[in-house]
Write a protein that binds this ligand. Structure first.
Ligand code: FES
Ligand SMILES: [Fe+2]
Length: 467
């Protein structure tokens, strides 16, 4: 156990976060010392989303990403191996790569010219013979590489901690959900590519406001998004009440929606449990773009055939700590100071879809999400005002309320390992807070995992095992 931050009133973190009562001190969202502890104990330990192999298809391709506050490079080397390196020169710290993406044989630092191969080796040092006299152990000054990297059905994840468990174990029962988010609409594994470039913008709030509430705060939708629910921004181009909304259309399929999470691991999402096997029928959604529905109807038929005997539980989840994975959206909140968050959005689309479909999907995502998307404009107002309104002396005396659904969590044998609550509750946010406490208190991964591995049955077949 490492030392716990002692904050105002000498309270330990467990006194600040009371999950039984559902009351949480605002301090954990605004305190600079707690934030610094998060960078060390959450972001330098957890598995973090880096990107997707489709962003770097050829040898020498690279794209920048982030882990916590720090920039990293995802690169494909000459032997076709992927690497994730910290974007800092081993000579005197310069950001050696100044581009968001590209293709290169070597990275040459713009400061003094040290050069690194795409596998991270230091291969060029100016004046190596003349002034170093050939005495410099280049093997000790290669690029800093993550401790572990995982290519999970095309998505790339990494951690700085060599003791972190394998990524699939880190996901536990959510592994099959994340796997499916990277399937094509026909249900083929690793069937998507990401639109480039990512949307990136900074918002003036603590990363936990969006990070902990996403896929865990359905209560806000009816109020916060009231205006755009009638504004016809959905792919069908019709307002709510005329059969449309800001979302796609779903065909009737017997199911019950839940907040579903794994408090011990911190992951959770809004997921339906279907009462029938197979994938739901397709409902025409893209009336404004002829041809798109033809494509998605056909791929849905293929998916229905593939899963005709399996019970799926669907959808999306927030992978602890800061990325929400959905079939067509990836939302990442990088910490960038206690009161600044860098939001990144990346959008998967079927890799083999025709241009017509990709264009329609891209345009819909641009009007839905990202810095100018109407849905996220609504969300940003809440997060950006809640942070400064929590800073004041008097405001600090008032805890946040996370009591929605306290005491009503339950399990369901159809989704082993999961904790369920009503579809609009705050169970998923409490799950994140629970995992946050564990990370902030634990001295190493030895104390974090497995808490009780036997409780987390894995599913290898893309479903939750419900037959
Ligand atoms: S800092 Fe990169 S070569 Fe000097
Ligand atoms: Fe929202």
């Amino acid at each position: 156990m490492v030392s716990i931050i002692h904050s105002r009133g000498d309270k330990s973190l467990r006194q600040l976060v009371d999950l039984e009562k559902g009351l949480v001190s605002r301090e954990i969202y605004v305190n600079e010392a707690i934030y610094q502890q998060e960078l060390e104990q959450v972001f330098a330990r957890a598995w973090l989303f880096i990107g997707h192999e489709s962003q770097v298809p050829k040898m020498g391709d690279f794209v920048v990403s982030r882990m916590g506050e720090e920039e990293v490079i995802l690169v494909r080397d000459r032997k076709n191996q992927l690497h994730v390196f910290l974007n800092t020169c081993r000579h005197r710290g310069m950001k050696f790569c100044r581009y968001d993406d590209g293709n290169t044989l070597v990275f040459t630092c713009p400061f003094h010219g040290w050069s690194y191969d795409t596998d991270g080796r230091l291969v060029g040092v100016p004046y190596f013979e003349a002034s170093y006299r050939g005495v410099l152990d280049k093997s000790q000054f290669g690029l800093a590489e993550v401790a572990q990297m995982c290519n999970f059905y095309g998505s790339i994840w990494a951690t700085w901690d060599k003791k972190a468990p394998p990524f699939e174990d880190y996901l536990g029962p959510y592994a099959s959900t994340v796997q499916r988010c990277f399937q094509s609409s026909a249900g083929e594994d690793n069937g998507v590519e990401l639109f480039n470039p990512a949307n990136k913008w900074r918002i003036p709030t603590n990363w936990k406001f969006p990070g902990f509430s996403f896929d865990g705060d359905s209560a806000h939708g009816a109020m916060t998004h009231r205006s755009i629910n009638v504004a016809a921004i959905g792919p069908q181009g019709e307002a709510e009440g005329s059969g449309g909304s800001r979302h796609g259309v779903s065909a009737p399929f017997p199911s019950t929606g839940y907040e579903m999470c794994i408090p011990e691991l911190g992951h959770g999402g809004h997921n339906p449990i279907f009462e029938l096997p197979g994938a739901a029928p397709y409902a025409d959604t893209w009336q404004t773009v002829p041809g798109v529905d033809d494509y998605y109807r056909k791929t849905r038929e293929l998916k229905q055939e593939k899963y005709k005997d399996e019970y799926l539980h669907g959808g999306s989840c927030l992978v602890w700590p800061n990325v929400n994975i959905q079939p067509q959206r990836i939302l990442i909140w990088h910490p960038h100071g206690v009161g600044v968050t860098e939001s990144w959005r990346q959008y998967p689309v079927d890799r083999d879809a025709p241009k017509l479909v990709k264009d329609a999907q891209r345009r819909y995502m641009m009007r839905y999400g990202g810095p100018c998307g109407l849905t996220e404009s609504d969300d940003m107002e809440n997060w950006n005002y809640a942070f400064p309104a929590s800073l004041g002396t008097i405001a600090q005396r008032l805890p946040y309320n996370f009591q929605n659904g306290v005491g009503f969590a339950h399990t369901d044998e159809r989704v082993p390992g999961m904790t369920l609550n009503y579809r609009i509750a705050e169970e998923n946010q409490r799950a994140r807070l629970n995992r946050w406490l564990d990370f902030m208190e634990a001295g190493s991964w030895d104390e974090l995992y497995p808490i009780n591995q036997a409780a987390y049955p894995k599913s290898a077949n893309g479903s939750n095992g419900h037959k």
